[in-house]
Design a protein. Sequence first.
Length: 166
Amino acid sequence: MTESASSGVRSRLLALALAMVLLMLDQVTKMMVLTSPALAEGGVAVTSYFNLVLVWNPGVSFGMLRQLGTELSGLIAVLTLLVVVILLGWLWRTTELLTALGIGLVIGGALGNVIDRWRFGAVVDFLDFHVAGWHWPAFNLADSGIVVGAAVLLLDGLLAGRSRAT
């Protein structure tokens, strides 16, 4: 096995490990939220800008399409799994560590939210940031992994494009 191939295998394994760690942390934190009496009674103010709350999100990212309710939850889960399969194909082909880690974060986050949809018909969100009465939509660790992973992929694409241009 060449050094490049070995590096690619290592990158892919690290990405899959990162996906599984994110998935486990996401599910553990959601279980803690679901079993918390304080959150069931309305939430906990942690700081002047951050609360822990229990929000059921039947929609997609940041509560979009929430008005459609849980009817589309199964369809959203299936489409998400299709995206995960596509991402696994991309991961299989990449040898770049940064690309692999970004893909791993997106996969781990996506699977965390798919599990919620299958178990509950909606995603468990609980992180609530706010300022001056304005609240960002509640989210969870899976959502964070997806956003950070997408940002890593975007940054990696921009940096790769810059290195090719020089």
